[in-house]
Design a protein around this ligand. Structure first.
Ligand SMILES: C[S@@+](CC[C@H](N)C(=O)[O-])C[C@H]1O[C@@H](n2cnc3c(N)ncnc32)[C@H](O)[C@@H]1O
Length: 420
């Protein structure tokens, strides 16, 4: 009798339908397409028992770095978005709660004095294009007062902790429609009614994050750390940071397409980045995978991908080039990442399949193929349902605002092992 064992299957255990995805420091800051911490935790429990070093090449807000550190595994992450790096740093850096509470008390008495009418002098509102379009004047003043306070905190880790809460405050009190990943302004009638209490919003975030930090400290009984960088694996991985063959496990969720047509991480973060004065923020979407435009047709020697690309190009040549640009970068990145993984090391890529011009692109199969070309064997692909719309169901594959598609209802966890 022939038994066929399938290595790609739906596993409801990985849906984590009732799990709290905002435990400990995972509650610190929202971000598009965040990984579910439980996925990272389960993969680590299954494949990372002896791991000493985890690498996340698209670490975003550091979900897998946090989970690795909780298990005593050292971690390295990289992301081209300065806001993501700030959040990842704050989520993984243990802060002395006594010191933190001192600043929290000081900040709340500062707020009280502002509310009681204390004169705050020399507050400078940053100038950036369209600031008046995105923030009411009163909101700008309150944000500037907070930013000024934070600037004077002398402990750098506590200062970043405050900046992280400030960044989410900026987004919440701006005139953006917060349900959208891209920047869309609220409707006129909503704007008139929208008068957020900026100082209270900031305090709420600080208190929530302080409690998250307390939980994190209680769980973390080891000294492991996360190091967070800004290198782009499409081009290189500096050997001074990660040596060849040194990584035990990679757990990551890469972008699933270029940021113009999928998740615009740069756009999502733009207002916070502008308030924080991160200068590189303009480059986030162009440095993102697929950000440089490829101008000729290319075949990858993988039928599934090549057929999809041809079909897309037939319908819309320019769009076809955008998609090709993404896979050119994706393959280069996988080639570089493969080199730093130990023989016998594991990669787990959480990817979403996407539709462009109505044509499905199987990112899971493509990921598997690209790693196989680098000497990896496929262990399994788990199909998980995305229960709570954390992935961009509002992804607009037609590029028409508000027209959504359901291509992102499932995601795929592709697990591969480097040959011994
Ligand atoms: C799906 S998100 C990762 C989310 C992360 N797992 C989390 O839970 O927060 C993908 C990330 O890849 C980053 N990114 C895009 N292109 C990149 C590149 N070439 N190198 C490094 N990071 C990149 C984006 O800025 C984004 O933060």
């Amino acid at each position: 009798m022939n038994i066929t064992l399938t290595t790609k299957y739906r596993d409801e255990i990985y849906d984590f339908r009732t799990s709290d995805t905002k435990q400990y420091t995972h509650c610190f800051h929202s971000y598009p397409a965040m990984m579910i911490p439980q996925v990272a935790e389960r993969i680590l429990s299954e494949y990372g028992k002896d791991a000493r070093l985890l690498f996340d090449p698209y670490c975003g807000t550091g979900t897998s770095l946090v989970e690795a550190n909780l298990k005593g595994i050292e971690s390295i992450g990289t992301d081209i978005n300065p806001l993501a790096r700030l959040i990842a740093k704050v989520k993984t850096t243990v802060i002395n709660l006594v010191d933190l509470d001192y600043y929290l008390r000081d900040f709340s008495s500062f707020i009280l004095s502002v509310n009681l009418g204390a004169k705050i002098s020399n507050v400078s509102i940053p100038y950036f294009k369209n600031i008046d379009y995105w923030f009411k004047k009163e909101t700008q003043l309150s944000l500037a007062i907070i930013k000024d306070y934070i600037k004077n905190i002398d402990n750098p880790d506590i200062r970043d902790f405050f900046y992280c809460a400030f960044s989410e405050t900026v987004r919440d009190v701006s005139l953006t429609r917060n349900s959208e990943f891209k920047l869309y302004r609220m409707k006129h009638n909503k704007i008139q009614e929208f008068n957020p209490d900026v100082l209270s919003v900031m305090v709420q975030k600080l208190v929530r994050n302080r409690n998250g930090m307390k939980e994190y400290i209680a769980l973390k009984r080891n000294n492991s750390k996360a190091l967070i960088y800004d290198f782009n694996t499409v081009y290189r991985i500096p050997e001074s940071i990660i040596q060849l063959g040194s990584v035990d496990i990679v757990i990551t969720s890469p972008p699933y397409g270029d940021s113009r047509t999928t998740v615009a991480y740069g756009q999502f973060s733009r207002l916070a980045n502008q308030w924080l004065g991160f200068e590189e923020m303009n480059e986030v979407d162009t440095r993102s995978m697929g950000g440089g435009r490829f101008k000729e047709f290319k075949e990858f020697g993988f039928e599934m991908l090549d057929c999809a690309l041809k079909e897309i190009a037939k319908k819309d040549n320019k769009r076809g080039y955008d998609v090709i640009s993404f896979y050119v970068d994706y393959e280069k990145s996988i080639n570089n990442i493969s080199k730093v993984i130990k023989n016998g090391g594991i990669v787990a890529y959480v990817v979403g399949n996407r539709k462009v011009k109505g044509i499905q692109i199987p990112n899971d199969e493509i990921t598997q193929e690209f790693f196989e070309r680098n000497g990896f064997g496929h262990i399994k692909t788990i199909i998980r349902e995305i229960p709570n719309k954390r992935m961009p169901k509002r992804n607009s594959p037609t590029n028409i605002v508000g027209l959504t598609d359901t291509t992102m209802n499932y995601e795929y966890i592709v697990v591969m092992k480097k040959d011994e």
